[in-house]
Ligand binder design. Structure first.
Ligand SMILES: [Zn+2]
Length: 94
């Protein structure tokens, strides 16, 4: 069993009887379901940023006004950044 703040469920059988199963080729943590032996990656590195992190990065963008600069400084792709900026500008419209 892994002890984290949130519980992982097996995507196949729904069991929470999951153990860490090392790192795959891409450097992502893999988990193994002990009940049905399904092995899968539960949290890919490249997907998902916390809201705080997003705000932080958007603040950097406002300072630099350069997507390329932000990409270099934070490692966030320009495509991801563009999506955030679009969302943010929409939510700020009156
Ligand atoms: Zn399972």
């Amino acid at each position: 069993m892994i002890t984290e703040t949130h519980t992982h469920h097996c995507g196949k059988c729904g069991s929470t009887n999951i153990v860490r199963n090392g790192i795959n080729r891409c450097g992502n943590q893999q988990y193994l379901c002990k009940d049905c032996r399904t092995c899968r990656v539960l949290s890919p590195k490249s997907v998902g940023y916390s809201a705080e992190r997003r705000e932080e990065i958007l603040a950097i963008y406002q300072e630099r006004s350069s997507m390329r600069g932000v990409e270099r400084a934070t490692g966030v792709s320009r495509r991801t950044l563009a999506t955030w900026i679009k969302k943010k500008s929409l939510s700020h419209q009156r």
